[in-house]
Design a protein. Structure first.
Length: 493
């Protein structure tokens, strides 16, 4: 009964951005929906240029069976999966703690702000990978002999074919536990198993093999930089505390709990793995690949466990009140941090979607490589492209005083080059802009949104855009819908 209540509340907790805050897509969701939509349209993902992972195939098969709108399927897949994950979380914790402690920890896990940041949006398949990984961890704790290893391998393989990080993390935790508990024979078998797993990760059999080549040991070592200690400024860290306040409180409670009480060794190994992953992600930070904020979700299970041990030492009434306070704190923190983590304030409007869907010019365009707009519109444009492999060109930028990053509009403006020849004649050459089409919407004029990769990290830029193109003779307004404008570069007029 308690798990059913946690599932329902957890599902609403993860679904409310789509229910109340976002007209259609959270930024970046379209990237992962591409494969599903292509499977529906053509039966293959050849044009997308990559092999879908298990969750994308699963949603495709659900669509074939039910014909539920694929957009709806994509929007609510991870909220459902994230809410369901409370079941393996509870049963893993129940194997190493009392029922009361397991329920309190499961409640803390369900409402932690990281859960909404990582499982309310379809910008990753990590939620399903973690679901399978935690089931695998439960089979490791609950079963014995051959059955234990068959079930463990089954769910780990499902996890690998969904998302490589949760599977790799759980394998690392289990391997360390087996190594420390086993005799010399088991230690050797564990070492051999780990070696075979690493070989598999970099083999063509791994559906994530292309990504793994970006995080091989040589690349990771080349990115290692001690100066990354200063990757985040004091203001960044304070923002992090405001966004992850519930997790910060759990860290404090866990620290006290670890000092005062004896704990299950597997959870200590799990916490060690989390810390190691966090440190590595900080030292070898890579935009879109591995970053400290992406690894915080793995801390929540051990932190919830350690915190529940401390909380449950109190009287039942006090435990209940403190648990409610923590849940409310984490829920309110997520409301505060959802704009930072999910960019809901910068999501596309219904008018923008209608413009994209009804524009004859967009419908007849093959490739949007020469189109300039902000990131939300740029991601959605790819859904309309007949040639999905070539992505749009990256945004360029310039830095003022090394502090204020501003989107550079020069790539949308033609330039004039004057050349004086030896004979004294002057040749004037007009160089066309990099981009030939501009989409500008009222949302962008209020606050356009960009991701910009600097040398050190990815920066979010929110910048109001002034319509500079309306007064330029070489730009022509060719389409307009509810003040959403499409300009085309026409050269000299």
């Amino acid at each position: 009964m308690c798990l059913a209540v946690l599932f329902v509340l957890g599902l609403f907790y993860r679904s409310y951005p789509h229910l109340y805050l976002i007209p259609r897509w959270i930024i970046e969701e379209e990237v992962f929906a591409h494969a599903i939509l292509e499977l529906i349209r053509t039966g293959t993902t050849f044009r997308v240029g990559y092999q879908p992972v298990l969750e994308q195939y699963l949603l495709y098969f659900i669509y074939l069976l039910t014909h539920i709108n694929p957009t709806t399927l994509s929007q609510y897949a991870n909220p459902v999966i994230g809410a369901l994950t409370v079941v393996p979380v509870y049963y893993v914790l129940r194997k190493i703690s009392t029922q009361k402690e397991a329920l309190v920890a499961s409640a803390l896990w369900t409402f932690n702000e990281n859960m909404i940041y990582r499982s309310s949006t379809f910008n990753s398949t990590e939620a399903l990978g973690l679901f399978f990984g935690l089931i695998a961890l439960y089979t490791y704790l609950n079963y014995f002999g051959l059955k234990k290893y068959i079930l463990f391998l089954t769910f780990i393989i499902l996890s690998i074919f969904t998302h490589v990080l949760p599977a790799t993390f759980i394998i690392g935790v289990v391997s360390l536990d087996m190594f420390f508990k086993g005799n010399m024979r088991n230690k050797i078998l564990t070492a051999i198993s780990i070696s075979l797993f690493v070989i598999f990760l970099y083999s063509p059999l791994n559906p994530n093999a292309v990504m793994m080549h970006s995080i091989n040991p040589v690349v990771m070592l080349s990115q290692f930089n001690l100066s990354n200690i200063f990757l985040y400024s004091l203001s960044d860290l304070l923002l992090g505390v405001s966004v992850f306040l519930g997790s910060v409180i759990l860290v404090v409670l866990s620290f006290i709990s670890i000092i005062l009480y004896k704990h299950n060794k597997l959870m200590l190994i799990y916490l060690f793995g989390c810390v190691s992953l966090f440190v590595v992600s900080w030292m070898v930070y890579s935009a879109y690949l591995i970053a400290p904020t992406r690894t915080v979700i793995y801390f929540i299970l051990p932190l919830s466990y350690f915190s529940s041990i401390l909380i449950c030492k109190l009287k039942t009434k006090t435990t209940f009140i403190l648990g409610i306070i923590l849940i409310l704190t984490m829920s309110l923190t997520s409301l505060n941090g959802i704009n930072t983590m999910l960019y809901v304030d910068n999501a596309m409007t219904i008018d923008e979607y209608e413009f994209l869907e009804n524009s004859d010019i967009i419908k007849s365009t093959y490739n949007f490589g020469e189109w300039w707009t902000d990131m939300p519109l740029k991601s959605s444009l790819l859904l309309f492209s007949s040639n999905l492999k070539p992505t749009v060109l990256p945004d360029t930028f310039h830095v003022n005083d090394n502090k204020n990053i501003i989107v550079n509009l020069n790539s949308t403006i033609s330039t004039t080059i004057t050349t004086t020849n030896i004979d004294g004649t002057i040749v004037i050459t007009k160089v066309p802009p990099v981009y030939k089409y501009i989409i500008l919407s009222p949302r962008m004029e209020k606050s356009a949104f960009f991701f910009i990769n600097t040398k050190y990290r990815t920066i979010q830029v929110k910048q109001p855009l002034v319509d500079i193109w309306k007064d330029m003779s070489d730009w022509k307004l060719i389409e307009e819908y509810k003040n959403i404008k499409l300009y085309k570069w026409c050269g000299d007029v």
